[in-house]
Design a binder for this molecule. Structure first.
Ligand SMILES: Nc1ncnc2c1ncn2[C@@H]1O[C@H](COP(=O)(O)OP(=O)(O)OP(=O)(O)O)[C@@H](O)[C@H]1O
Ligand SMILES: [Zn+2]
Length: 462
């Protein structure tokens, strides 16, 4: 069996990956908070972990991998968005507007990530469907002394968990010195974080032993991963921006509520998509959405290709130049593999590159060396989610070529009388040059957009 090596953030080393159960390899990825369109940065973990998912399915078998990615559909940012809509005159209660917003955003998310060729995970739990599991976990934490209730809030007692900070390599004292920890009257210690908080009448809330309220963000992932993957599972992923405090808090909650397990064994963190050296983020306002790019005619496959050129542990920028280069390569490859059946299995060199901590740039280099064998190219590119048939519409954009066909037919009629075919040949050459497929027969002229078709290069009709 292929040996897979992954960089484990927990040990800060590349390690040989050995699943707990090769018949059920289990992976959890922190998913989006569904209050707005995903920006391009949000798409990076989706593509990175999609490649890992494809690789795991290749190595262990399609039915032997369980991939869970949640939707955070209860969050103050969602509430704020809904409130802004209500204040702007939208009909319905705040609760209805919140629900509408999350349903709408999940729809956008699916459409946008599908466009990037990401496979849907095996489970996509919504946090609001797991409130009972969160309450149960919080109760366990209180019973074991790791959490306390005060004024309708429940807080995790950070100093009760010795290993707190181990993932990100921080000591509790550094955290106090460095981080902006919120001091509040209901906290024993400023480091303690919220597991549960009270909701007023307008906000979404659930009955709990501590009154009507809603969960904190961190407990959502602990509860959903426990319910769907168990107390110990193989891989936990997310952006590096989540390592502290979110992942540190997930570990503390899960390991204290279920000390019989060890939570996630391998932690993988993707680096950030940046804009001029800064993380692309909603709060900095330096973002554009995946949909913005798609609407500007940049194919999802091109966006994916650009991501794959940079190793997931390195920061990267999006540039128009990278997109143009990626598009040219994909056009060429799609031309080579058109109408060709993929080989029965991908090239070992591509699997080897990916097995070395997802060396996607190395895998792309292998693909470049494979253009002489289109069947193998096609089968191997699919490991990266490229050159799939359903992603290829962009290569031959639909176009109405009737006027050009009529013009060519008219030129031909004139040429037959004048016995001078030069104008026909010139026009035909110009069409071919624009990527048009030209079929001329006694019955007439047929024009079709071919590989590399570019409507901007169509010859003028005179
Ligand atoms: N610039 C970025 N590059 C790569 N990954 C990112 C970037 N920004 C966010 N992510 C990742 O996107 C995923 C979804 O995050 P989440 O929904 O919390 O983002 P958000 O709050 O909308 O984004 P922001 O960080 O812009 O406020 C997380 O795994 C996070 O690590
Ligand atoms: Zn999470």
């Amino acid at each position: 069996m292929t040996e897979l090596r992954l960089h484990n953030s927990k040990t800060r080393r590349k390690e040989v990956f050995a699943p707990i159960d090769p018949d059920d390899v289990r992976m959890y990825l922190c998913g989006p908070t569904v209050y707005d369109r995903a920006h391009l940065g949000n798409a990076r973990p989706v593509v990175v972990f999609d490649v890992l998912y494809r690789l795991l399915r290749h190595v262990y078998g399609e039915d032997s991998v369980t991939y869970v990615r949640n939707f955070t559909d209860v969050d103050d940012k969602i509430n704020a968005t809904a409130k802004a809509r209500k204040d702007a005159g939208a009909e319905g209660t705040l609760e209805q507007l919140i629900h509408e917003r999350t349903v709408e955003t999940i729809g956008w998310y699916h459409a946008d990530m599908d466009a990037l060729g990401a496979l849907r995970p095996d489970a996509e739990p919504r946090a609001t469907a797991y409130i009972g599991a969160m309450i149960a976990m919080i109760e366990r934490l209180i019973l074991s002394g790791h959490a306390y209730a005060k004024d309708g809030h429940v807080l995790f007692r950070v100093r009760s968990y010795q290993d707190y900070g181990a993932l990100s390599g921080r000591s509790v004292d550094d955290m106090i010195a460095g981080a902006r920890v919120e001091v509040a009257p209901f906290k024993e210690d400023p480091l303690d974080f919220v597991l549960w908080k009270p909701s007023d009448e307008e906000l979404p809330g659930w009955n709990s032993p501590w009154g009507r309220g809603r969960p904190g963000w961190h407990i959502e992932c602990s509860a959903m991963s426990y319910e769907l993957l168990g107390d110990t599972f193989d891989i936990h992923g997310g952006g590096i921006d989540l390592q502290f405090p979110h992942h540190e808090n997930e570990i503390a909650q899960s390991c204290c509520a279920h000390p019989e397990g060890s939570f996630a064994r391998y932690w993988l963190h993707n680096e950030m998509l940046q804009v001029e050296g800064k993380k692309m983020s909603k709060s900095l306002g330096n973002f554009f959405t995946v949909r913005d790019l798609l609407d500007r005619g940049i194919p999802g496959e091109v966006i994916r290709f650009v991501f794959l050129q940079t190793h997931y542990t390195k920061p990267m920028d999006w540039t128009a130049e990278k997109a143009a280069q990626a598009e040219a390569v994909l056009r060429k490859w799609r031309g080579l593999v058109a109408g060709i059946e993929p080989a029965p299995s991908p090239a070992p060199s591509v699997i080897a590159a990916l097995s070395d901590d997802l060396n996607t740039a190395g895998a792309l280099a292998e693909l470049h060396a494979m253009t002489g064998d289109p069947a193998l190219l096609k089968a191997s590119a699919r490991m990266l989610g490229l050159l799939e048939d359903h992603m290829g519409d962009w290569v031959a954009p639909k176009a109405d070529l009737t006027a050009h066909a009529d013009h060519l037919a008219a030129l031909r009629a004139t040429a037959m009388q004048a016995k001078d075919f030069a104008p026909v040949d010139a026009f035909k050459a110009a069409l071919l040059d624009a990527g048009v497929e030209v079929r001329m027969s006694k019955e007439g002229v047929e024009l079709l957009p071919g590989v590399g078709f570019d409507p901007a290069r169509l010859p003028p009709l005179n």
